[in-house]
Write a protein that binds this ligand. Sequence first.
Ligand code: TMP
Length: 209
Amino acid sequence: MKAQFITLDGIDGAGKSTNLAVIRNWFEERKLPVLFTREPGGTPIGEALRALLLNPATKVSLHTETLLMFAARRQHLEEVILPALEQGVHVVSDRFTDATFAYQGGGRGLDFKQIEILENWVQQDFRPDLTLLMDVPLEVSMARISQTREKDRFEQEQADFFTRVRAAYLHRAAAAPERYAVVDGNRDLAAVRADVEAVLCRHFQACAY
Ligand code: TMP
């Protein structure tokens, strides 16, 4: 099996961080070569753009915000993701282009077709092999965000914004079920963990049952 590009996405507060640790353990236990990275970010210029994009003091138009997400992504692809995959190292990215469709498209209302144009230009036909979509009801997401001490520019958005973000994620997952695994994050940790592990086992056919 060629090296796989796996992404983890979902609304803020869906439990991505906890499950990144589960995914990390899963790869470590099997001694599979893997690189963990994130978006926006993953490179020096990407992390600088991340700081700007997440800073609540930043004033930026929707088109510029979208272009900066894709600028960070292009650098991430050239500098980190594609070289790792070429060397046979699996890559797990904490967010990728689904987040642009969900946040800039669903949340902020940018036409999905315009995002597709950028996706095709920046990535050509490169897409994740597997996307784990962490999903929780809006109330759970909002409750978790409210516990965050310093909210970033996106976390400061209101409930209706996150309703649209979540709907866009679920819509994308329903349209391409072969690529997405939707994980219900609104259960106890052990149940969520078992689901995430089962998804990886299925994808890699790497577990004895
Ligand atoms: P996080 O890494 O803590 O999830 O924060 C990243 C934030 O950036 C999150 O609120 C989602 C947002 N984001 C977008 O709006 N568009 C994108 O394309 C990406 C990658 C992230």
